[in-house]
Design a protein around this ligand. Structure first.
Ligand code: PLP
Length: 388
């Protein structure tokens, strides 16, 4: 399959294509400045360090961090979530989370419950994949260490009541850890205004960087214990890892080339506007969802109004295995989608699509009307062939 003619509707997994400026930044950086940042004083190393600092400042500005040092780079959203969850939650703590979390939240919390006696309460979602703020807040106790929740479901795109939960928690000692893997880059987020203590993001999704990028933005109340220790290029004489941010949470050589690409992605978003990118994706999703809802044998999930969602569309053909549908989309129509449980079995439980899951079609900033038309036509033909 020629990727240049593929209709790529798997942006919720990782974004493609990237804006041209991202490819150019990666190429330029790899050829000219790919030295180890902060480790040597030569010009290429200084250039490399500058790329890291610029990217850090761009992320801080995008998410309202109080300073660039409160941005810590990671290799993906999972890595950032592990840093936040395992670095902030300790033995015997009580935590509240939700039924629709991605495995990058569900598994670390389940692991902490087994290894550290952490008590975890799970707030349920409704049949459309939305968790009510009251259901979360009703589980919070005086001694709750943290609420860990996603900003939007990766399965069905539903936006979750982060702002409302944050408003209540900021008056309490309970920390709010938010998984913004699906919203960073398409929904405006200001951790300071919203009252988020730790925000995990993926650089390779909405921020339009390459794979291997992600990070954590920390508010004033959150200072995770490091999971990794090692070289930072600073204070090398000391046998203990630096305590100050960002080095505290960044051991070893960073993915500097990736960060140079991600910086170009963020600049693209700043120019086009995060809300405008989000509006574009929602418009694409709404058109696809509405058309598919009218096709015989097809089922679409989640709220009909994409004002309450990201652009993700979740669908099934009655009686057909989602894997077969995705395979036909790929081989017969050149359309990239993602079938199955999307690493979030609880979200499928709430939609009634567990255990087979569904087909997810996720537009990105560069998805066009004609991509959506091709997807509608393909799904219509597949439904006619497969539906029972
Ligand atoms: C909601 C959510 N959280 C976390 C992740 C993990 O992201 P990453 O692949 O960057 O580790 C994903 C990835 O799909 C996601 O959708």
């Amino acid at each position: 399959m020629d990727p240049t003619t593929t209709v790529y509707l798997d942006n919720a997994a990782t974004s493609y294509p990237k804006p041209e400026a991202v490819y150019e930044a990666l190429d330029r950086f790899m050829r000219r400045s790919l030295a180890n940042p902060g480790r040597s004083g030569h010009r290429m190393a200084v250039e490399s360090q500058r790329a890291v600092s610029q990217c850090r400042s761009l992320v801080a500005r995008m998410f309202g961090a109080s300073g660039p040092e409160r941005v810590v780079f990671a290799f993906n959203a999972t890595d950032a979530l592990n840093t936040a969850i395992k670095g902030l939650i300790g033995r015997g703590d009580h935590v509240v989370t939700t039924q629709i979390e991605h495995n990058s939240v569900r598994r670390p919390l389940t692991g902490l419950a087994a290894s550290h006696g952490v008590e975890v309460d799970w707030a349920p979602a409704d049949g459309e994949g939305v968790v009510d703020a009251a259901a979360i807040l009703g589980l919070v106790r005086e001694d709750t260490r943290a609420v860990v929740m996603t900003h939007a479901s990766n399965v069905v795109g539903t936006l979750q009541p982060v702002a409302e939960v944050a408003r209540h928690l900021r008056e309490t000692p309970t920390l709010l850890i938010v998984d913004a893997a699906q919203t960073a880059g398409c929904v405006d987020i200001d951790i300071h205004d919203m009252g988020i203590d730790a925000l995990a993001f993926a650089g390779h999704k909405g921020l339009l960087g390459p794979t291997g990028t992600g990070g954590l933005v920390l508010g004033e109340r959150a200072l995770p214990t490091p999971l990794r220790e090692g070289g930072t290029g600073t204070d090398s004489e000391s046998s203990t890892h630096p305590e100050e941010l960002p080095e505290r949470l960044e051991a070893g050589t960073l993915n500097v080339a990736g960060l140079a690409g991600m910086a170009a992605g963020i600049r693209y978003l700043e120019e086009r506007g995060v809300e405008r990118v989000g509006d574009h994706e929602r418009r694409m999703g709404q058109a696809l969802h509405d058309a598919l809802a009218g096709v015989r044998g097809l089922r679409v999930y989640g709220p009909a109004d994409f004002g309450l969602r990201t652009g993700v569309v979740c669908t099934n053909i009655e009686g057909a295995d989602p894997r077969d549908v995705a395979a036909m989309l790929d081989t017969s129509f050149g359309i990239a989608s993602r079938p199955g449980l999307h690493c979030a079995p609880g979200a499928h439980g709430s939609l009634g699509t567990h255990p087979a899951g569904a087909v997810r079609l996720s537009p990105g900033p560069l998805t066009t009307d004609s991509d959506i038309d091709r997807a509608i036509e393909a799904m219509t033909q597949i439904a006619a062939a497969l539906s029972v």
